[in-house]
Design a protein around this ligand. Structure first.
Ligand code: SF4
Length: 240
């Protein structure tokens, strides 16, 4: 089996606990307006690797990853769930902490075949980083191109199945930074039993340069990162 990989990062510090070796998978079904990795979206790109090849690359850094581990991000890693499961099996055999950073958008609660695959994956997954991008479905569709129903259902599935989860929320002025929206998200995360942490990720414009290079218009041109007091406000609502 081969997975399509966009890139690797050997010393990631923002995608899970400790120092992480991060595998960015190619392909994503969403089109978030603020995506800072637009070059990972198209499934036709990337380079093919076997799980064994990726595990071997990651394990070269094993001594640096104590207290950290390996995070598979993207793109959307669960588009290539079989690859991620095989990779995590190899890493767990070596005692490495495993995390998957997902939008949850591929989840379908009525797809029995997929549920079997997800249950297999979570046996080898120490942590899921789940991005909840908007609590209002219509706003979510405008922001990402897809419904949030499967994502919220995935959060509940993780809770019911005892999977340690960090919820992440990108704070964007005029799109997600509304107290009402943030309070609704807090009420939702409070109902989940396995959430260890909620992270507020302030929107930034660092991805803009990639759009320029790719010759596509930056969808959020003119939107500034949120002010420090709005970031504090969101942290108060979501994290305290
Ligand atoms: S889910 Fe992530 S990779 Fe996919 S479009 Fe959104 S921000 Fe980009």
């Amino acid at each position: 089996m081969k997975g399509k990989i966009h890139s690797f990062e050997s010393f990631g510090t923002v995608d899970g606990p400790g120092i992480r070796f991060v595998v960015f998978m190619q392909g994503c079904p969403m089109r978030c307006l603020y995506c800072h990795n637009p070059d990972t979206q198209n499934l036709s790109g990337g380079v093919e690797y076997t799980p064994e090849e990726v595990a071997a690359i990651a394990l070269k850094y094993k001594s640096y990853l104590k207290g950290g581990g390996v995070t598979v991000s993207g793109g959307e890693p669960l588009l290539q769930i079989d690859f991620v499961t095989d990779l995590f099996k190899l890493l767990k055999r070596e005692g490495v902490h495993t995390a998957v950073d997902t939008s949850g958008a591929t989840f379908r609660s009525n797809d029995e075949r997929l549920l079997v695959k997800i249950k297999e994956l979570i046996k080898y997954t120490d942590l899921v980083l789940l991005d909840i991008k908007h609590t209002d479905d219509e706003e979510h569709k405008k922001l990402t191109g897809v419904t949030n129903k499967n994502i919220l259902a995935f959060a509940e599935f993780l809770s019911e199945n005892g999977v340690k989860t960090w919820i992440r929320h990108v704070l964007v002025t005029g799109i997600t930074d509304f107290d009402e929206q943030l309070i609704k998200l807090r009420k939702f995360t409070d109902k989940l039993k396995t959430v260890e942490k909620v992270e507020v990720l302030p929107y930034h414009t660092m991805g803009e340069i990639k759009y320029k290079k790719m010759g596509i218009e930056y969808p959020l041109r003119g939107v500034n990162p949120p002010a420090p007091e709005r970031i504090e406000n969101a942290k108060k609502i979501l994290c305290e």
